[in-house]
Design a protein around this ligand. Structure first.
Ligand code: NAD
Length: 370
């Protein structure tokens, strides 16, 4: 097990909990990073290769994301070891077992993430009730089904085009990862007049310089197939998505996919981070030096958690969309203007803004009096 204390600093993490239930093959981790702004919200990720360190880094990203979005929530994250495509009955046992083991961790509210969805959240609601992103029939706002994060991302990109030399109408975009974030980002960007030239999933990349039919790709995924089975395009391997020339490159899958070793292969004017922590800081610096505009993850992909917080307050889907649009547009502009004015990386501008908000909240907490 990796040493999580090497990641600890003045903000957190508050708690790191390992869950192990050999009887059902359950191995998971919960990291509650910081709760100064309120109970933590963050998704439950299921993947075969998740680690405690990844969980802690994602929990910190949630602390900043929730603070940047002005939500009354701290940051947390949970990871569950396993293939998300395992038989449904086995997945249900693991998810139910995991949330039951964490029943008393009241400072963490479950939400969907990679490898989990509204159905998984329904199982959690059935067991412990402390969850957002549940299906409509249970009174929730199904944030993945409505594409809350992709919607927000499209607004962030729309604002960011003012800081780049291209027009969103006719802009060519590429998306790595065609799941809840990627496919809806594609849908909303196409509605704004942009053109998808390549997308990928875990089976590979599909590319067509004349444009891909996003609705047809979504239909393929809904049928349980890969985007590579789309007929009218050139099939390439998964890694090839990095090289494809475009205006907007969107990572919407795994962490650390762009690093010092491959960042120079990117051939784009803007990178809009749909995934959490998809690009290392060293690679972001290189992007900045090359004049490629980079929208940091916790600013650009906050749509999902804004939707979750709206659901938690009992408000409507329409209120969620309005809050996402307003917050994403305001934050993106504030971060990019600060970055431009102070000649710093957009991430540094975003981090300073979020950290300031967390520290202000922490100053009111009891442990800061002593
Ligand atoms: P998802 O499970 O719905 O989709 C993930 C997609 O990525 C799938 O199409 C999968 O095939 C693909 N994929 C996996 N490994 C890949 C690889 N190596 N190369 C290319 N594609 C690969 O997950 P999601 O909810 O869309 O989340 C994607 C990312 O966005 C994660 O980093 C997640 O933390 C982040 N995120 C999600 C939300 C949300 O609302 N769902 C909000 C903010 C951030």
């Amino acid at each position: 097990m990796d040493d999580v204390f090497k990641l600890a600093d003045d903000l957190g993490p508050l708690k790191v909990i390992h869950v192990h239930e050999p009887g059902i093959g359950l191995k998971g981790v919960l990291v509650i990073d910081n709760v100064a702004r309120g109970p933590s919200v963050g998704g439950v990720r299921m993947a075969a290769d998740v680690t405690t360190e990844e969980c802690a880094r994602l929990a910190r990203a949630m602390t900043f994301k929730n603070a940047a979005a002005g939500l009354p929530h701290g940051g947390g994250k949970a990871v569950l070891v396993g293939d998300p495509k395992m038989p449904k009955v086995q997945k249900e046992i693991l998810i139910r077992g995991f949330c039951c083991a964490l029943r008393n961790e009241e400072q963490y509210i479950f939400a969907p993430d990679m490898g989990t969805n509204e159905t998984c959240m329904a199982w959690i609601k059935d067991e412990i009730d402390r969850v957002v992103g549940v299906p409509r029939e249970l009174g929730g706002i199904p944030l993945d089904e409505i594409g809350a994060t992709g919607f927000g991302l499209s607004h962030a990109v729309d604002v960011a085009q003012d800081f780049c030399d291209f027009d969103l109408k006719g802009a060519r975009f590429v998306i790595q990862g065609f799941g809840a974030v990627g496919k809806h980002a594609a849908r909303f960007l196409c509605a704004a007049g942009a053109i998808a030239v390549a997308v990928s999933d875990s089976a590979g990349t599909i590319y067509n310089p004349d444009g891909l039919d996003v609705d047809a790709l979504i239909a393929l995924k809904s049928a349980g197939k890969s985007v590579t089975e789309y007929g009218a395009g050139e099939k390439r391997d998964g890694d090839a998505i990095i090289d494809i020339e475009c205006d907007i490159w969107i990572p919407a899958a795994r962490p650390d996919v762009i690093h010092e070793g491959n960042v120079n292969r990117l051939n784009a004017k803007m990178v809009a981070q749909g995934a959490n922590i998809p690009i290392t800081y060293a690679a972001e610096k290189i992007l900045h030096q090359k004049g490629i505009l980079n929208l940091p993850d916790f600013i650009a992909n906050a749509g999902g958690v804004i939707c979750a917080a709206t659901e938690y307050q009992g408000a409507s889907e329409a209120a969620a969309f309005a809050a996402i649009e307003e917050k994403l547009r305001r934050n993106t502009r504030e971060v990019l203007e600060t970055a431009q004015r102070e000649q710093i990386l957009p991430r540094d501008a975003a981090l300073a803004m979020a950290r300031r908000r967390v520290e202000q909240a922490m100053s009111h907490r009891r442990w800061h009096i002593f």
